[in-house]
Design a protein around this ligand. Structure first.
Ligand SMILES: [Zn+2]
Ligand SMILES: [Zn+2]
Length: 349
């Protein structure tokens, strides 16, 4: 008993000392962490191949665990973003993915949850890489308007940054977008990376694109936002991975009932409307089976799924429809497809 009390006393004194010295201890610890983490690139360890980093796997439905739509694609020396919804690019940078070498941004369509978080991509590339040219923003008709809108919003900011840090660090001309409206077809062909846009069905949003991305024999197809459509299975034929959006109507129906009970009929109606232009996990699984892909990665998860326990309820009958692995992407999920291989490595940043 006496020994126990003595040990307890020592513990209390030690903890008290640590708390009392928390300022110098905190500074020393912070210094060690910052020195090892600042400037690191989380992608440095991956070899040549096609790498997908899921930076936003949510939707306009607020979800503390998921940023809005954002996917980074690394292929050789090329780094691209597909969509940049709220919080996605910030999350990507926070995960340690350097954006100074960002080569462009591709938009699937112009819904706000795919475009409203792009300002950090401009700034991080510009300030991080001393970019002197504008950042390419490619997408369906209307994309150049999005670019012009960002450029107008950030017009003053662009001059402040250069005035403060100087031309050598943050040069004039790098803090702006160059928008390009493109139709379906090849939208990127450089450094062995070929990206083809194809029309999907997100009516009344039109055109809305999916993208087929190929690099050194590896292929990924990204559905964008879409209802179930044969266009995806056609575009994904023979691909390694299908990244497909997913909305589970049975879980959304519970939210609809809750909103109706809470006397919020207008919001309840929105939760009914969204069913018409998204695909269910089961439909995505059917498409994956038709296309013959190796793996199905679900993203743009609607509604919120609080934790892994609820994933089975979200997936429903999807596993019965596709024999390959079905994953629900989380912010920070990584798929790496090495060049000259059929392997798919899964990782989390
Ligand atoms: Zn969306
Ligand atoms: Zn959409």
């Amino acid at each position: 008993m006496r020994r126990f009390l003595l040990l307890l006393l020592i513990l209390v004194v030690a903890l008290g000392g640590l708390w009392w010295q928390r300022a110098p201890l905190g500074e020393a610890l912070y210094g060690r962490m910052a020195e090892s983490r600042a400037g690191r690139n989380a992608l440095a360890g991956y070899g040549d191949g096609l790498t997908l980093i899921f930076c936003g796997t949510g939707s306009p439905v607020p979800d503390p665990n998921r940023a809005e739509a954002c996917l980074a694609v690394k292929a050789g020396d090329t780094l691209l973003l597909i969509d940049g919804g709220d919080g996605g690019v910030r999350k990507l940078a926070g995960l340690g993915v350097a954006l100074d070498g960002l080569d462009g941004v591709l938009l699937t369509h112009l819904h706000s949850d795919h475009i409203e978080g792009l300002a950090p991509a401009l700034l991080l590339r510009w300030a991080g890489g001393a970019a002197t040219n504008p950042l390419l923003l490619i997408g369906p008709p209307g994309t150049s308007d999005v670019a012009a809108g960002y450029n107008l919003m950030l017009k003053a900011d662009a001059t402040y940054r250069t005035a403060h840090h100087g031309e050598a660090i943050v040069p004039t001309g790098g803090g702006q977008f160059a928008g390009r409206d493109l139709g379906p077809g090849v939208v990127w062909n450089a450094g062995g990376l070929v990206i083809t846009a194809f029309a999907v069905n997100h009516a009344p949003v039109a055109p809305a694109y999916g993208y087929r991305i190929s690099y050194k024999g590896r292929t990924v197809v990204v559905s964008g936002d879409t209802a179930a459509t044969p266009a995806i299975a056609q575009a994904a034929r023979g691909a390694d991975v299908l990244v497909h959006e997913a909305l589970q109507p049975r879980l959304v129906a519970a939210i609809t009932r809750g909103l109706a009970n809470a006397n919020q009929p207008r919001t309840a109606q929105i939760t009914r409307d969204i069913l018409t232009y998204h695909a269910t996990p089961e439909q995505a699984a059917t498409v994956a089976a038709q296309a013959g892909v190796q793996m199905l990665m679900l993203t743009h998860i609607v509604p919120q799924v609080p934790n892994r326990f609820f994933e089975a309820a979200f997936l429903g009958d999807a596993p019965a429809r596709f024999s390959g692995p079905i994953r629900m992407a989380r912010d920070g999920s990584v798929l790496h497809l090495p060049a000259g291989s059929t392997a798919i490595a899964e990782d989390t940043l």
